[in-house]
Design a protein around this ligand. Structure first.
Ligand SMILES: NC(=O)c1ccc[n+]([C@@H]2O[C@H](COP(=O)([O-])OP(=O)(O)OC[C@H]3O[C@@H](n4cnc5c(N)ncnc54)[C@H](OP(=O)(O)O)[C@@H]3O)[C@@H](O)[C@H]2O)c1
Length: 252
């Protein structure tokens, strides 16, 4: 399948190695920001299109990865055709504002940088087969039933960064308390992965029940969780989710 990437910046640097996990994909990069396009092209031995028109003409699926404020202009006036699919990865940009790309079929998706290692939970709406096929090598594709649900799901993409912040804070504490930094980092990263893995492996149990399960009465997990709950530590996380959703609903 021929896939064009329109907008080769930070996200594209993570998308490309993920997409190349599928040997049947032929990637083409857009030329805007020549320095970044050249660097990405040289790193992965990929062609750069001479212009955006050629990229659209040669691609079956185009992934749009420009700044949200530039998304509508970026698709304007290009030779879109029926049978082609445009997948916008631009946060908070409603599909309506990309109508200039019709008659191409339009979809929105939200990968995260773990796409580079095939671990991105990638939200998708609507669930177009061509879009799903292109996103599959990046990690599990999660179809959403509508655009409002897609915006809500996009909050998780922001939370990915906050979870990395939490890993950093816990690893820093372990380091200050005496562990070698690389040991602290590996320990906390694997602990975070383990917490997520057990939640995924036990769908029959509520997350609340799993949490209670690891809290021995009078034990250390209960001690720390009680402290966090008394300090209302989870409240700011909910408020951060509200703030991000409000921003997304206001246009990214
Ligand atoms: N960063 C992430 O982890 C992440 C995750 C999920 C979704 N996203 C979404 O992905 C999009 C891109 O984010 P980013 O962090 O990769 O931004 P970025 O680093 O600024 O990259 C955007 C690239 O698009 C280029 N560009 C601008 N206008 C263009 C046009 N008309 N045609 C072709 N290319 C054009 C820019 O070139 P110039 O520098 O010359 O302007 C730049 O190289 C955003 O909408 C964001 O919401 C990002």
């Amino acid at each position: 399948m021929k896939i064009g990437i329109l907008g080769v910046g930070h996200l594209a640097g993570y998308l490309v190695p993920g997409l190349l996990r599928e040997p049947a994909f032929e990637l083409l990069l857009s030329p805007r920001n020549a320095e970044k396009a050249r660097a990405l092209s040289e790193r992965h031995d990929l062609p750069v299109a001479p212009d955006a028109e050629t990229l659209v003409r040669r691609s079956e699926v185009v992934l749009l990865a420009v700044h949200p404020a530039k998304a509508a202009d970026a698709v304007e006036g290009l030779p879109w055709r029926a049978g082609q699919t445009l997948v916008s990865l631009c946060a908070g940009v409603p599909l309506d504002s990309l109508a200039a790309a019709q008659p191409a079929a339009l979809a929105r998706a939200m990968p995260i940088t773990a796409a580079s290692i095939g671990e991105s939970p990638t939200s998708l709406w609507p669930d177009l087969p061509a879009a799903r096929q292109v996103l599959a090598p990046l990690g599990p594709v999660i179809a959403l039933p509508g655009e409002a649900a897609f915006e809500t799901a996009t909050v998780a993409a922001a939370a990915y960064g906050w979870l990395q912040g939490l890993i950093g804070a816990l690893a820093e504490w372990e380091t200050q308390a005496g562990l070698p930094p690389e040991t602290a980092r590996a320990l906390i990263a694997q602990t975070t992965r383990a917490a997520a893995a057990i939640v995924q492996a036990r769908p029959e149990a509520s997350v609340e029940a799993l949490t209670r399960d690891v809290c021995t009465p009078g034990g250390i997990t209960e001690l720390g969780l009680d402290h966090l709950e008394r300090a209302e530590a989870f409240g700011p996380w909910r408020e951060a989710c509200d703030a991000v959703l409000a921003r997304l609903e206001g246009g990214g």
